[in-house]
Ligand binder design. Structure first.
Ligand code: SAM
Ligand code: SF4
Length: 331
């Protein structure tokens, strides 16, 4: 048994996020520019076989949870094949997918058959016009169809990720939570982070978790905090006191959870990162393509974890945004 991945702050790393593409079929303004996006050439993107090999090695170091993300992971052809490969890895006990849901209705069955159950679907609003303003695409109804299809097939838990931008989504906060209560879907509000491609982020555009909490309590009813069974999970979770519906907050700006971080991230072009906000990254692709053995790859993963910083500094004057925007890292 290999030593687990422990960093210099004693955080054990058992969670791997894998981005399978930097491409996307919509253009959320807090993530991608409207046009002129330069994507990584296809030959530079890791193949399914390379991703699987990396994940198998990582699993030997104690990685037991994988989240597949992007860009939009469902634009990568035959994603179900990768999911099945990852699900077959010894030691991986949890696989989840983060998607914008546009292609979910057509792919849900294949993904379910491949062994996927946990889904986070990104949806900021139930208002089709606002959806279009945010994403610059007219796909609201496809996302809704995807969510409904996933429910029908028995995916669970299904969570909705809603990015919380001030002066934009306030009117959507309560309707989304009502929708979640009605359909037994947790709504997770994610504070707007400085990871957009155009440098639009400003601190006063972050709709803070506390403000959302107040909106929900005024609009629906009291919420009580619930401890997450995994104390290292990033979301602060609440249930409505009437027992119907769960809410989560990813409060990266107002309540950073870096002290509990257990994640590493593999970008679609094969770079390993110890943090969403990291400035540096380590090229794994050249190892995978250059004939490196398992020990060399393990040593590289260990070195990345060892180099991990204490946490991001969004709230300090000296914060430097990472050189890649969200879609190119893998959110
Ligand atoms: N395309 C998929 C999606 O949208 O869910 C997966 C990748 S996306 C980069 C992952 C998550 O990042 C999304 O669910 C979205 O909520 C979140 N996100 C994107 N840009 C963000 C930003 N600037 N601040 C906070 N969250 C953001
Ligand atoms: Fe695409 Fe997801 Fe970024 Fe939106 S947040 S542009 S869906 S990658």
């Amino acid at each position: 048994m290999e030593r687990p991945l422990i960093d210099t702050y004693n955080r054990i790393h058992d969670n791997l996020r894998i981005s399978v593409t930097d491409r996307c079929n919509i253009r959320c303004y807090y993530c991608m520019p409207e046009d002129g996006v330069e994507f990584v050439p296809r030959a530079e993107i890791l193949t399914f076989e390379e991703i699987e090999r990396f994940a198998r090695i990582a699993a030997k170091l104690g990685i037991n949870k994988i989240r597949v993300t992007g860009g939009e992971p469902l634009v990568r052809k035959h994603l179900d094949v990768l999911i099945a490969k990852l699900a077959s890895i010894d030691g991986i006990r949890d696989i989840a997918l983060t998607t914008n849901g546009v292609l979910l209705a057509e792919q849900a069955e294949a993904l379910y058959r491949a062994g996927l159950r946990r889904l986070n679907v990104h949806l900021d609003t139930l208002d089709p016009a606002l959806f279009q303003r945010i994403t610059r695409r007219d796909d609201f109804h496809r996302v809704m169809a995807g969510i409904m299809k996933a429910r029908e097939l028995g995916f669970g838990p299904i969570k909705i990720n809603a990015v919380a931008v001030r002066d934009l989504v306030e009117d959507s906060i309560v309707p989304l939570a009502r929708f979640g209560r009605e359909h037994d879907i947790e709504i997770r509000y994610i504070e707007f982070m400085p990871l957009d491609a155009q440098g639009l982020w400003q601190k006063d555009r972050v709709l803070l978790a506390d403000d959302i909490l107040a909106m929900l309590e005024n609009g629906i009813g009291p919420l009580d905090p619930v401890p997450d069974p995994d104390p290292r999970a990033p979301a602060l979770e609440y249930t409505f006191r009437d027992g119907i519906g769960k809410i989560g907050f990813i409060a990266s700006v107002s309540r950073p959870f870096c002290l509990n971080c257990n994640r590493i991230r593999l970008t679609a072009d094969g770079n390993l990162r110890y943090c969403l906000f990291a400035i540096e990254e380590t090229d794994i692709k050249h190892l995978l393509r250059g004939g490196a053995g398992e020990t060399e790859i393990m040593d590289t993963i260990r070195a990345v974890v060892h180099a991990k910083w204490l946490g991001h500094e969004i709230n300090r004057g000296g914060f430097v945004p990472p050189p890649r925007p969200m879609y190119a890292i893998g959110g």
